[in-house]
Design a protein around this ligand. Structure first.
Ligand SMILES: [Cu+2]
Length: 221
């Protein structure tokens, strides 16, 4: 059974690993809690209960179960922190040297893609604006400046295991590197109004040479 779309990102495996780690551990915890809630109810001896007692939960005999739960939670939390730190540092805290720079602006309800223009620099007068389709080179570090004009949006590229919020008034730079050329959907993952579901764009990943040709075409128009 295929749950995820194909991973075409250099850090996709880290994200997938983290997803399964959290899902399995949280799933097990849920099952244990459900068992502890449901089992006593099902096995209650109906006629033997005399009267209700009020359990204050004081004293070590009862408190030890709370301490145990806190201990297990703390160990799980810190273990997660340590296990995920590599992936976190790689995806969130480091910004590798860029090969291509592009800006993505969320707008009700489309994606505005700003290319740097012939001078290769963003935010200069030769920048080129396009809508919904973002072409990028394969095997290259792409810096994406994320922002929004109106409300919160969120760029979600499932194949790249990339998702990040676009906030009005703030520019956030994140990176991605595609390992395979092709066309991948880019959707909005933040409920941003009635047209939210129409906010579907795509990322077209091309081998370097082809990419440069396509980019030149965009700049000529
Ligand atoms: Cu949106």
């Amino acid at each position: 059974m295929k749950i995820f779309p194909e991973n075409v990102s250099v850090y996709g495996d880290d994200i997938d690993f983290l997803f399964w780690l959290i899902t399995i551990v949280a799933g097990l915890a849920t099952l244990i809690v459900l068992f502890l809630v449901i089992y006593p109810v099902l096995t209650r001896k109906k006629h033997k209960a005399k009267e209700n007692i009020y359990v204050k939960g004081e004293g070590f005999k009862q408190l030890k179960w709370i301490y145990l739960a806190i201990f297990v939670m703390a160990v799980a939390d810190f273990s997660f922190l340590i296990i995920e730190s590599d992936g976190w540092i790689k995806t969130q805290e480091t910004l590798p040297e860029k090969d291509f720079h592009v800006a993505i602006v969320g707008k009700q309800w489309l994606w505005e893609i700003i290319y740097p223009g012939p001078d290769g620099k963003l935010y200069t007068s030769d920048d080129v604006k396009k809508f919904n389709t973002m072409i990028v080179p394969q095997d290259a570090v792409i810096h994406m400046d994320l922002t929004a004009y109106d409300v919160l949006h969120s760029v979600f590229i499932p194949h790249a295991r990339f998702k990040f919020d676009c906030l009005p008034g703030r520019k956030i730079t994140r990176w991605v590197e595609f390992t395979k050329s092709g066309e991948y959907p880019m959707v909005c993952a933040e409920m941003c109004g009635v047209g939210h579901s129409r906010m579907v764009g795509k990322v077209v990943v091309l081998p370097q040479e082809k990419f440069e040709k396509e980019l030149a075409k965009i700049y000529k128009k």
